[in-house]
Write a protein that binds this ligand. Sequence first.
Ligand SMILES: [Zn+2]
Length: 253
Amino acid sequence: MLVYRLHLSNITIMKLNGNNHDTIVLTNNNKPRDIEALWAQADFMGDEHIATSADTPMRQDAFDMDDAAKMAIIEKHFAQIMQTLGLDLTDDSLMGTPHRVAKMYVKEIFHGLNPANKPKMSVFDNKFKYGQMLVEKNIGLNSTCEHHFLPIVGKAHVAYISSGKVIGLSKINRIVDYFARRPQVQERLTVQIANELRKVLQTEDVAVVIDARHMCVSSRGIQDEGSATVTAEYAGKFLDAKVKEEFLTYIGM
Ligand SMILES: [Zn+2]
């Protein structure tokens, strides 16, 4: 049985077998709500790529199951999706696809959902007393749109001004990659990277810009091949127009 769950404020909706008649709606006080209106709102939010919070919406029991168990379940369900589409799973070319997809979801593209996979961050004292901004630009970014499960591909540009702590440059790339490897919304991804840098570097002075293309915009829906989405998060000294301008000059924007 397929179970979809959505969280809209404090309401949980479960849709069973994709059939509206089987829909169960639970609210915080267990009173049924207007189901159609809620689904319409959820549909709109997904299509307009609206996120509900800066944290990735996760369930309490997200990691009760290990990776192998998750892969087995995803494999089974993905085989059903393919089967439903009418594909012949006995074909040599298709046979291994459900397993490949399951492995790719858990071990690669959604690997960043699990806090256990968060890169270890060691910070060092800023011995050189370098007090200017440090910019790490053109960091390759591969993520997945949480509304359509299609790729988001682009670049991240990150800067910080040291408050006395520094991190290895490759760690910045690892932070970007960790948060990108989740079903994402670009705005949330931008904020999550900025918040992590703030925490690790113990400074408010961070900036993150993401410039990315969404396959769900280019290959379906509006089918706009040329458009890109730019999101930015500035904090501390980067809110100052001159500092922001210096950063934008470095990244060529
Ligand atoms: Zn999308």
